[in-house]
Design a protein around this ligand. Sequence first.
Ligand code: ADP
Ligand code: MG
Ligand code: MG
Length: 886
Amino acid sequence: HKYVYDFSEGNKELKELLGGKGANLAEMTNLGLPVPPGFTITTEACQAYLATGREPDGLAGQIEAHLESLERAMGKRLGDPQDPLLVSVRSGAKFSMPGMMETVLNVGLNDQSVVGLSAQAGGNDRFAWDSYRRLIQMFGKTVCEVPGEEFEHALDEAKHAKGTHNDLDLDADDLRGLVDAYKKIFLKHTGREFPQQPREQLDLAIRAVFESWNAERAVLYRRQERIPADLGTAVNVVTMVFGNLGPDSGTGVAFTRDPASGAQGIYGDYLANAQGEDVVAGIRNTVPLQELEQLDKASYDELLGIMARLEEHYKDLCDIEFTIERGKLWMLQTRVGKRTAAAAFVIAGQLVDEGLIDLDEALHRVNGAQLAQLMFPRFQLDHEFQPVAKGIGASPGAASGTVVFTSARAVELAAEGESVILVRRETNPDDLNGMIAAKGILTSRGGKTSHAAVVARGMGKTCVSGADEIEVNVPAKRFTVAGQTVNEGDVVSIDGTTGKVYLGEVPVMPSEVVQYFEGSLDPEHIDNALVRAVHRIMTHADGKRRLAVRTNADTGADAARARRFGAEGIGLCRTEHMFLGDRRELVERLILARAPGEREAALAALLPLQRADFEEIFREMDGLPVTVRLIDPPLHEFLPPLEQLAVNVAVAQERGEDVAKEEALLAAVRRMHEENPMLGLRGVRLGLVIPGLFAMQVRAIAEAAVSCARGGGVAKPEIMVPLVGAVQELETVRAEAEKIIAEVVGDSGVEVLIGTMIEVPRAALTAGQIAEAAEFFSFGTNDLTQMGWGFSRDDVEGAFFWRYLELGIFGISPFESIDRDGVGRLVRIAAEEGRAARPGLKLGICGEHGGDPDSVHFFHEVGLDYVSCSPFRVPVARLEAGRAVV
Ligand code: ADP
Ligand code: MG
Ligand code: MG
């Protein structure tokens, strides 16, 4: 079995076998670029070692053979006392993995060959001993687990003794002394002398790379990133070239384009007289790569030529590691480089212009997470701004405003045109108006799936949650943080991307990409590479995608914005928001009604209000489908909390006021209390229990649609019944609704569909039956996830999700990205069995997953007709739906 490949035998497609680093070293070798000769030990050898605990048969012989041919080619032998060949031993898996073993340089040096190395370098003792001390340091740390700080400490002491901070001031004698100190450290921690046999050094280093695959950090990282545990790592053995030979040598990194902006040009850092890691370690200041032109014009020109060549070959931005040894350039690594979101779009656009890739490929090269990043405003941070607290970046963006502590005050100040930040310990549905009015939301409790976080994300509003250094005192209208007090009326700034909180107003830059989506930046007429690239790629995605993209919107304003962002309808219009504010009073009357007449009166009062809400939404979505969900939450959510009511009643009684109404309310709150409201009287169950409630809503929808039609518009209502678990529930609601619709619609030409959410596992499992009574399904993946896993969404994140993530039980919260294997399976079953029972059944999804990139791909695969997501996520979903096709 072949376990070892010479660089000339591999290529860039062999990442699985040779690892990323090895495959690209081979590719560069075959392009004729100056790569120091070497060979790669395959991931298969690593797998075999890990399975059996010893090197597989034949490996030692193959290494021997490749080493010999390397020695022949170089005219030197590994660790030869007179003229030693030295090598580096470098790990490199298929996916680059932080947490893996680092590299060992200068393998082959010992007490004899260090003298030979010096002689070969023209008596450069300093260089030779510097290389030797680096070997003991790296070998000790990465192969034998000697604590790295001990070496660093010894190095600092040597510099201190010399009265310098610069490692270049250490001369050969200092470094010889340091080697002695390092050897003592090595002996102390390993119980043995530093190995002097070159081949033993090599074998131990290779074995250590194999074993690093199962280091704790690496295992954890793989679990979270869902990288298979059995890939193994390759090992690259590379002839050493020396950047630390003197001022005419050096080492550097380079990018073929600016990884921050995507701009074409020369980007990188160079450090003269240095080896390997010195550039990133920051021990001395690097110079910009351009300055290499002055230092060594020939190498600089050659490097630029190679960079152009690599870009053309890889058809993408590449990053590069190189070393110059006495005026000779060597390439040590390349790969397709990481980049910012903006650079990803700009580069993809440029490469299309340059004819290197087509638009399908450009669409591959960007993603929805990057687009989402580009849509948030950003702070312009100068040094004067230091964060005072850090919470969870719950909903990205940058917001500054006046601090308020209550929803009412938020609404008040916002009405006066002020930007406000609503600060709460945590939020609840009562805070909704305040959240709508606020520019941003800051809470001291709760995680990424807290009420504040979820609602804010839905609104595309900046939110920092769980900033627990902040002590919120709502009654006193202030919070304290870092020893300072912030009162109502003071200004704070919150960054929903980083979770950082600042005192005072940090200037904000609006997102150009949002201006483009809003229609206020015309990509054809402005000189903005990013906007033009986004426009071009979005247009292509729209042309390619099969999934339609709708939005979740409860108001005309949201609907209008989503439409500008490209929404092709509303997939979820929640009606409970229409029961808040002034209307709460009517809902109370409905709940407290003793006689049918009282209930009917309350419903009759609600009807025109609801109708007006729907008219506005139908107008904004003229010609496009609008799915309206009948009321879903338990009605007691609309009543004041028990404690507050009890106090009010007591206080009023004290004063001798008439408390009959409050007492009735209190009794109702007690009566309606539920242990598990999520599993209680809600959704379709409300419609079946409270006479007239659904009927009123259906009537309001139908009347609004008819009035729209009369005004010359086209309304396409789709009435959606929540929380159905059995077809009988839906049939009952449907029978009543059909009667009302027929009566209202008459000959207006309006067509109203009736369908259901699939959000209870039983509904998914009996979808074939339910489809008989439903013209469409919309997967409510939030509830389906809650009930599928048995997780109470509001409780789990703070309580134990962190632990699940830490243990790798899941890599991402199943509320953020659909759990394909479990909840996704329910979706698949329901889609298949629903369509089998009713061909042409319309299928959509309206949970938060509708705006999650990975989930969009899943819904495409399952064959849904559309995804629906919050307005702000609509462009992301359009992009990902396109990417799912190409
Ligand atoms: P990482 O994956 O952490 O970048 P590398 O294997 O690329 O680790 O090596 C770390 C540093 O050592 C890099 O700067 C690299 O360029 C340098 N290096 C690796 N092999 C050699 C070599 N044979 N000669 C000179 N420098 C080397
Ligand atoms: Mg590297
Ligand atoms: Mg639901």
